[in-house]
Design a protein around this ligand. Structure first.
Ligand code: ADP
Ligand code: MG
Length: 356
């Protein structure tokens, strides 16, 4: 039975570490869904996964699977499948024996094991490899075996820690598709750790952005890009190129560009954010149109990188590669209200106790 995952204000400080690695991490992954933990190297992703897996005991908070605290359960009693960056298969066993390993340990009926292994070999497209030694497989094939092995006992939860980051980019795309297919078949609640934003938004329906040991935002992918919760999240997702200071009030944002219409209900001083790809170059008979002068155009092949100035501010935008724009052109830019977000001008202050 698949189950939900609840992380209840997890704190973790490694012994002798000067600062906490995780701070008040709260997260709910509903049963049968997929959430990605996305964060830069060192943000605490692996620590978080190792706490859920039972390899690290947190210094505070709780982990609940299917409604029950599992902190006192050893790893093998937690009903989890785990896949790490390196497949760590047993070299002396065949592919089929590797997949069957957990089931054999549980003394599962031989016929049941045989059926389940055949089913999983089929699911990971390796039926012809059942009797090969794992050492004869390529890296991608080994990781497919590791996925099958993790799912063999039908765990309630699947944990993956950067499982595809050692593979070629082309292969990584195939592996994401395979993971989606496995999820359709098995429906296992999945927590997927990665530092790659494309991978996170591709494999998961929700993404939790982990910055400096704290969940900075937990939202569906589109929401993260369109409505980052803070300047730090926008920076990490490459969406802070346009950050315009001003004041929000009553559905408007007053700034040097004018009084722009907002779709959000932010109030008070802040920074207006709009991603470069969300700005539209067009004579548009709508709100939020501003006159601008093009100052630079760089042809990147797939798109144009464009700089424009308006009211003394520089705006960064991207357009299709065939857009007829040249430096010196006077044009009209549309800032669609649905694409605007407002965040606090400064990083959120940490509690005084955590400041240095
Ligand atoms: P990520 O997986 O996001 O790269 P980690 O969870 O591996 O992050 O590490 C987060 C922080 O915790 C880092 O500063 C790292 O140095 C520290 N850390 C990780 N493991 C240990 C450990 N066993 N002992 C002390 N510090 C650790
Ligand atoms: Mg890690």
């Amino acid at each position: 039975m698949t189950s939900d995952i609840i992380l209840d204000n997890l704190d973790h400080t490694y012994p002798e570490a000067a600062a906490p690695t995780l701070r008040q991490v709260a997260l709910h992954v509903p049963a049968g869904t997929r959430t990605a933990i996305l964060g830069p190297s060192g943000s605490g992703k692996s620590t978080l996964l190792s706490i859920i897996a039972g390899l690290t005991t947190p210094t505070g908070g709780d982990v609940r699977l299917a409604g029950r605290s599992v902190l006192r359960q050893p790893p093998h009693r937690r009903d989890l499948g785990v896949v790490l960056q390196r497949p760590l298969l047993f070299p002396h066993l065949t592919v089929a024996e590797n997949i069957a390993f957990g089931l054999r340990m549980r003394r599962t009926d031989r016929a049941v094991v045989r059926r389940r292994v055949a089913e999983l070999l089929d699911a990971v497209a390796l039926p012809a490899y059942a009797d090969r030694r794992s050492t004869e497989l390529s890296g991608g094939q080994q990781q497919r075996v590791a996925l099958a092995r993790a799912l063999a006992a039908r765990p309630a939860v699947l944990l993956l820690d950067e499982p595809f980051s050692a593979l070629d980019p082309q292969l990584r795309g195939d592996m994401r598709a395979l993971l989606a297919e496995l999820h359709r078949r098995e429906g296992t609640t999945t927590l997927f750790v990665t530092h790659d934003r494309d991978e996170a938004t591709d494999v998961a329906d929700h993404v939790a952005v982990l910055l400096d040991g704290h969940v900075a935002q937990h939202a569906p992918p589109a929401q993260l890009f369109r409505r980052p919760a803070s300047l730090a999240v926008a920076r990490f997702l490459g969406g802070a190129a346009n950050a315009i200071p001003g004041t929000a009030r009553a559905g408007r944002f007053d700034c040097p560009l004018g009084s722009l219409h907002l779709d959000t209900n932010h109030q008070g001083p802040g920074l207006l954010l709009i991603r470069p790809e969300a700005i539209v170059v067009a004579e548009h008979d709508a709100v939020n149109v501003i006159p601008a002068a093009i100052t630079a155009v760089t042809d990147r092949g797939t798109h144009l990188d464009v700089r424009a100035t308006s009211a003394g501010l520089t705006l960064h935008l991207t357009t299709g590669p065939a857009t007829p724009l040249r430096p010196g052109d006077e044009t009209i830019l549309w800032l669609p209200p649905t694409q605007l977000s407002v965040v606090a001008a400064q990083h959120q202050q940490r509690p005084a106790s955590q400041q240095r």
